[in-house]
Design a protein around this ligand. Structure first.
Ligand SMILES: NC(=O)c1ccc[n+]([C@@H]2O[C@H](COP(=O)([O-])OP(=O)(O)OC[C@H]3O[C@@H](n4cnc5c(N)ncnc54)[C@H](OP(=O)(O)O)[C@@H]3O)[C@@H](O)[C@H]2O)c1
Length: 291
């Protein structure tokens, strides 16, 4: 849709990608309801966006919500409906990198909760409202790792493969309605989502990293052109297609990745609980064909 008609609920708004996306949407004339957990960060972000907004001022609002807490999601749904949102951008997410045996059960649960269940539940809860809009869009921010499973990302990939499946099935389910469901899959992006271990992995495997501004520009394009799926970067776009058509063809290509995961795991041999506190250093990557 035309951004000037968009009233966007943006989860993950305080993140590296979310901040850039909020600025891009607002710069294009959209109204944005910023969502994350920290009221202080949301309020500061809202003020700084308001200060730089030009032209006929779009509306900027915020709502603090932990997307893993049902009551907070219910409250968000009420606020978003009253605010008359017609677009949801699911950009909240938590990372998970490491050999499977180094990831504890609580971390697994949280990754699936926030990366997969939260967008599913929020979309479901907003569906009646979205159906009442002339046009609506649901944009899921996935990952190249939602199409290509790489060593070290088994849990994270499970969450993003799930999200991509959700978006694809729902897009077909809602075909013929006014609601368009979309998926954007960035490759590794320079934000605090990625810690030193992932940066070392990326360096060892020749994995390129994009700026968050590039991802924000892709989200804005997807809002505008309503493309069903958009992947960012080459060779990732090609790798997504090859892996989709014949995944086992690539199975022999991950020695460097395995070595890098083993190095990270031996430096961190005890099962660890990855923190996703606001502002905490976090980890994530996206996949490329090994070079
Ligand atoms: N960075 C990458 O390399 C990369 C690559 C591909 C895809 N992605 C995806 O892009 C999205 C954004 O990533 P990013 O790099 O911007 O990460 P980020 O900088 O760590 O930001 C994560 C955002 O999610 C929010 N969040 C986390 N847990 C939450 C919860 N329980 N409830 C509500 N909000 C929560 C955070 O806000 P609070 O912590 O303040 O609540 C923050 O706004 C994620 O879905 C990620 O999987 C990232």
């Amino acid at each position: 849709m035309n951004p000037s008609e968009a009233r966007i609920v943006l989860t993950g708004a305080t993140g590296g990608i979310g901040r850039e996306a909020a600025a891009a949407f607002i710069g294009a004339g959209a109204s944005v309801l910023l969502v994350a957990r920290s009221p202080a960060q949301l309020s500061a972000l809202s003020r700084s966006l308001q200060a730089t907004a030009t032209g006929s001022a779009p509306r900027i609002a915020w709502q603090a919500a932990d997307l893993g807490v049902a009551a907070a999601v219910d409250e968000l749904v009420g606020v978003a409906s009253e605010w008359r949102c017609n677009v949801v951008v699911h950009a909240a997410g938590v990372p998970c990198f490491g050999a499977l045996e180094t990831v504890d059960a609580e971390t697994m649960r949280r990754v699936i909760d926030i990366n997969l269940l939260a967008p599913m539940k929020l979309t479901q809860a907003l569906l009646t409202h979205l159906r009442s809009q002339v046009r609506a869009q649901v944009i899921c921010l996935g990952s190249a790792l939602g199409s290509i499973g790489l060593p070290g990302f088994s849990i994270y990939s499970a969450s993003k493969f799930g999200l991509r499946g959700f978006a694809e099935a729902l897009r077909r389910e809602l075909g013929g309605t006014g609601i368009r469901v979309q998926y954007v899959g960035p490759r590794s992006t320079r934000t605090s989502f990625n810690d030193a271990a992932v940066e070392a992995y990326n360096a060892a495997t020749g994995t390129a990293m994009d700026s968050p501004g590039r991802v924000a520009a892709a989200l804005l394009r997807s809002l505008h052109d309503e493309t069903a799926e958009r992947f960012i970067g080459f060779p990732e776009r090609l790798a997504v297609r090859i892996n989709g058509a014949a995944p086992t063809l690539l199975d022999g290509s991950f020695d460097k990745h395995r070595r890098s995961v083993a190095a990270a795991s031996s430096a961190d041999a005890v099962p660890t609980k990855r923190s996703d506190r606001p502002g905490a250093s976090a980890i994530e990557s996206s996949g490329v064909l090994p070079r």
